[in-house]
Design a protein around this ligand. Structure first.
Ligand code: SF4
Length: 462
């Protein structure tokens, strides 16, 4: 019985799990109110990312491109950034925050986005937009390094670095959610409200699930304001739920402003939600109320109904971002399942020393592989050519063909999910998320039992 973490052994990537760094920076930027990011690169660096966001949320989001062409790719294209900022400010009178997000091509040619921001601050903004509140923030996200996950982490830190300002204590905690869904944000806000804890949520994206109103609804946006970001320096403390998606910003606030930071665990499942609530309680001095003890009890009851009867021994493959995959693996273990293959879609020198990964490598009682820098061929090849037997796949929609082709049930979780309706509306965190996850996994397995006529009679009698 062994568990080891190792890198993918092949060069090249077949069916990537992630897209590139600028995607993460764009995801962070749409979480800010009155913000439109300019991606300095080819138009596709925005077009495909916007498409992913729209597919996942079934909404539209505003993002801009400097639309680099051949001449710019050779001679530099900072003039296009200058023009793009001017056009955005003219076209959108409400816009205040404009991150300038670099890409692979503009990093390779060495376009100085920090320099152009200085030039614009001293020129265009003073001359043409004097008196208007405008913040230009350079964000470096070369796509040949990291992934959309590290791009998100970098962008969250840059936004916090830019705006955070020490003034008066605000009696709130900072809650950095990581790459979450509206359903997660709602569930987290519910937990905090039950504890009577006030929080600045980074990023407040509950309204990515946008209503259709009588006056129309054209675009969705997050609700984190410039003031929210500024006041992060005045918080009681910061809780970053995900180590690799917002952890950097939490540590920055601790180092720079002595705002105590707690990083992780991702509150997937009951034990991690317990730790989250204990951390909130310790940070704020507020007790965990009876209402949450009851919610925990309801979740425990729901899970107990399913675990031994249906989940025990089920072999699971999980892919996606490290925080999500590890959180789901811990949840599977608590449900007596066997997460035999964990595919982390990128590489990070910190993964091997991550205490959660260490715990897995030291304690699992069956063979488990953790592959970094993985792609979806790592999953398919094991099934097709190496005899890997699975009862369940957990991951986003890009793996749907592996599930279909090899007849393995799959529950959609992560980003992007576009082939199942409304998944963004449901939480996977907190007690509510534990119930939703477990019951949806169970229903996925039940459908498979019926489809394959595999002990489906059990469903008559449990
Ligand atoms: S890999 Fe480069 S060109 Fe392609 S989308 Fe990412 S940043 Fe743009």
């Amino acid at each position: 019985m062994s568990c080891e973490i190792k890198g993918k052994e092949r060069a090249g990537v077949i069916n990537p799990i992630f897209t590139c760094q600028p995607c993460g920076a764009q995801y962070a930027s749409i979480g800010i109110k009155s913000c439109i990011g300019i991606v300095h690169g080819g138009q596709g660096c925005v077009m495909f990312v916007r498409l992913l966001f729209s597919q996942h949320f079934k909404e539209s989001f505003e993002l801009a491109s400097s639309s680099l062409h051949e001449d710019g790719a050779v001679f530099g294209a900072l003039n296009r950034v200058e023009e793009a900022v001017d056009v955005l400010l003219m076209r959108y009178p409400h816009v205040k925050v404009i991150p300038i997000i670099s890409t692979c091509s503009t990093e390779v040619i060495g376009d100085d986005i920090d320099g152009v921001v200085r030039k614009l601050n001293n020129g265009l903004l003073k001359e043409k937009y004097a008196g208007r509140e405008v913040y230009l923030i350079p964000i470096h996200t070369p796509s040949f390094k990291g992934s959309m996950v590290s791009g998100y982490d970098v962008a969250v830190e840059e936004f916090v670095r830019y705006f955070a300002k020490k003034t008066e204590p605000n009696d709130k905690i900072n809650l950095i959610t990581g790459w979450a869904n509206p359903g997660d944000v709602k569930a987290l806000k519910h937990l905090l409200s039950e504890m009577q804890v006030k929080a600045t949520v980074l990023f407040e994206i509950e309204e990515f699930d946008s209503p259709l109103m009588p006056d129309g609804n054209h675009v969705s946006h997050g609700n984190t304001t410039v003031e929210d970001l500024a006041s992060t320096a005045n918080a009681i403390g910061t809780i970053a739920l995900n180590r690799y998606e917002g952890g950097k910003a939490a540590r920055y606030l601790e180092d720079e402003f002595e705002v105590p930071a707690v990083v992780g665990p991702t509150p997937i499942g009951i034990r991690n939600t317990d730790v989250f609530l204990r951390n909130v309680s310790k940070m704020t001095g507020k007790p965990i109320p009876a209402s949450l003890v009851k919610e925990r009890g309801i979740a425990l009851d729901a899970l107990t109904d399913l675990t031994h009867m249906f989940f025990a021994g089920k072999r699971v493959a999980i892919y996606g971002s490290a925080d999500l995959v590890i959180g789901l693996a811990q949840f599977c273990l608590d449900l007596e399942m066997k997460p035999v293959l964990l595919l982390l879609g990128d590489d990070n020198s910190n993964y091997p020393s991550d205490p959660r990964i260490k715990e897995l490598t030291e304690n699992v009682s069956f063979d488990m592989e953790i592959i970094t820098n993985a792609d979806l061929w790592e999953l398919e090849n094991r099934i097709k050519n190496e005899g890997l037997e699975l009862d369940l796949i957990l991951g986003h929609s890009k793996g749907r063909f592996t599930s279909i082709d090899y007849n393995i049930p799959m529950f959609r979780v992560g980003f992007p999910v576009y082939d199942r309706a409304g998944m963004y509306r449901h939480p996977i965190v907190g007690y509510e998320g534990a119930i939703w996850l477990a019951e949806q996994i169970a229903n996925t397995i039940f459908t498979d039992m019926e489809h394959k006529k595999n002990k489906e009679w059990v469903l008559n009698v449990w």
